[in-house]
Design a protein. Structure first.
Length: 149
């Protein structure tokens, strides 16, 4: 079964996370194709025709890799993370490299002062307070977040 994020908005609902997690827990049976935020949509929820075409291309890629070639395809997803002082390093499984920043639309969180330099990444303290991100960078299969001290 191929599943994908329910819509193109930043959704932290349990059901959205469950769609990704089921592919992690049952990789032989289910694969999450990934998020939908990058596909063209009308209001961030329902895809337009081009968005559905692009999602269909992703499904075709997954089908070809898993069924035709017999490979264990997984989406772009984090595999581990570590913190060293003010630097958080997130390691990713990258199905098709290189990993690069999306530049065709405005970066998220521009109205959140602490995260506007995070290119979509968010950092919160144990108490839930937003932690300011100074910058982020991609290096191979990792993203490094540099927090302000």
């Amino acid at each position: 079964m191929i599943v994908s994020q329910q819509n193109g908005v930043n959704d932290r609902s349990a059901s959205t996370l469950a769609q990704w997690k089921i592919g992690v827990d049952y990789p032989a049976d289910v694969v999450c194709s990934g998020p939908k935020y990058q596909y063209p949509s009308k209001e961030g929820v329902h895809l337009i025709t081009d968005g559905y075409r692009e999602l269909g291309e992703k499904y075709g890629q997954i089908y070809f890799e898993r069924v035709i070639l017999g490979k264990d395809w997984q989406p772009l997803q984090p595999t581990s993370a570590e913190r060293n002082g003010a630097v958080i390093t997130v390691h990713y499984h990258v199905p098709v490299g290189p990993m690069v920043w999306e530049s065709s639309f405005a970066p998220p969180h521009q109205s959140v002062e602490e995260w506007k330099s995070g290119k979509g990444f968010e950092v919160s303290s144990a108490s839930g307070a937003k932690v300011a991100i100074q910058s982020v960078e991609i290096k191979d299969d990792t993203v490094r977040d540099y927090m302000r001290r």
